[in-house]
Write a protein that binds this ligand. Structure first.
Ligand code: UD1
Ligand code: UDP
Length: 358
């Protein structure tokens, strides 16, 4: 049986790993490596428990550090374990520092590299994720693109071989879990009523690391008439503390809570009146749930969600978020923009085909 080393480390990668790992089981030997980029219980182990992901074979416990240091520590440890595991391929997801470290380690050792969520571009190289994506795509052997836009982005960079539009594994994850979430998590626990509240998540460095931008975001959230549930990413929490902005939430409509589990998040997303976010994954989940999304960024990689009217880019410094959400319009749902919900199986088929052709 061929051996695949899967490298993950950050919250969205655990969500993506769950359906793919399920599809790989029995067909390949999967060795799961958790870099430890995210390590709080509610940023990491809760996903393994809730989504029944096998325990990682390696916990690298790299933790937080500057980009260079964090990526370098991962690279060192991943290289060592690849040398001893001698896998037939390495599988990476998305665009985090864990993705890049895995990609560099595998490609320099001439191990075939498979990239899930290939071809995404924001065309903003100030985003660390954009650098990670471009570099990973350019050393990947199989590129699993989630959308037609992603395929065409790769084409423009002359990456045309072994590029497959397989749909989005996050759609697989939503379809598999949405009813489980409805059963296990109760909205009641959050003290809000269905379609009477907004859900917000913010964590992008370009939004959190500038005091005035972060202040505008907080002011935008507290200007909304409805309740806002705001599960706080640890980066954002640290920055709100550093900039002394927490007081703005006092006596406001915004309920700041700790990061929630995936099933809790799906429940909140499904029942929200609208979702305000800068997360890549949450933009798509809003679309899958047919909930209007307001993305606090100047550009998005998930351009399809904007084109079909479910997602709107909002600049918290120059746009009035409260006005925008009051004037939201009804939209039509366009099915299959992100595949058929069986992306993980299509990916496994392509991997089997790749090894058969070797
Ligand atoms: C990372 C990814 C980003 C992804 C996000 C998902 C990179 C460059 N960025 O951003 O693409 O969208 O994960 O959530 O890889 N922290 C904790 N506990 C944790 C994890 C982080 O306290 O369990 C705090 C630390 O102060 C840390 C900060 O959050 O310095 C940022 O964490 P890091 O993983 O470096 O970046 P994210 O902002 O989470
Ligand atoms: N998520 C979660 N709990 C939270 C916030 C997000 O389970 O409190 C899930 C969310 O549903 C999605 C994924 O985490 O599946 C998105 O991760 P994140 O926003 O951290 O990263 P991004 O997608 O922007 O890279």
């Amino acid at each position: 049986m061929k051996k695949i080393v899967t490298i993950v480390g950050a919250r969205p990668q655990f969500v993506k790993l769950a359906p793919v790992s399920r599809a790989l089981r029995g067909k390949f030997q999967e060795v799961i490596v958790n870099t430890g980029q995210h390590y709080d219980h509610n940023m990491a182990s809760v996903f393994f428990e809730e989504l029944n992901i096998p325990r990682p074979d390696y916990d690298l416990e790299v933790g937080s550090a500057s980009h260079g240091k964090q990526t370098g520590m991962m690279l060192d440890k991943i290289e060592q374990l690849l040398l001893s595991e001698k896998p037939d391929a390495v599988l990476v997801y998305g665009d985090t520092n864990s993705t890049l470290a895995g990609a560099l380690a595998a490609s320099k050792l001439h191990i075939p590299l498979f990239h899930i969520e290939a071809g995404l571009r924001s065309f903003n190289k100030r985003m660390p994720e954009e650098i990670n994506r471009i570099l990973t795509d350019h050393v990947s052997t199989l590129l699993f693109a989630p959308t037609e836009t992603a395929v065409s982005n790769l084409q423009k960079e002359s990456i045309v071989h072994h590029v497959y539009n397989v749909g989005d594994v996050m759609y697989d994850a939503v379809l598999y879990n949405v009813n489980i979430a409805e059963e296990k998590c109760k909205l009641f626990d959050f003290n809000v009523e269905s379609k009477q509240f907004y859900l917000a998540t913010i964590h992008r460095a370009e939004n959190t690391d500038d005091k005035e931008i972060l202040r505008s975001i907080v002011e935008s959230l507290i200007s909304i008439k409805n309740d806002v549930i705001f599960p706080l990413h640890p980066r954002t929490k640290a920055k709100l503390e550093e900039f002394h902005l927490f007081d703005l939430f006092k006596f406001s409509n915004v309920k700041v809570i700790d990061p929630v589990s995936y099933l809790e998040m799906l429940t909140l997303e499904k029942h929200a009146k609208g979702i305000i976010t800068d997360s890549g994954g949450v933009q798509k989940e809003a679309y899958f749930m047919q909930v209007p999304c307001y993305t606090l960024r100047n550009e998005t990689e998930w351009i399809e969600t904007v084109e079909c009217g479910w997602n709107q880019l909002v600049n918290p410094q120059s746009d009035n978020l409260a006005d925008i959400i009051e004037n939201q319009e009804k939209r039509e749902y366009v099915p299959n923009l992100f595949g058929d919900g069986k992306s993980s199986h299509t990916i496994v088929e392509k991997i089997e085909q790749f090894f058969n052709e070797q």
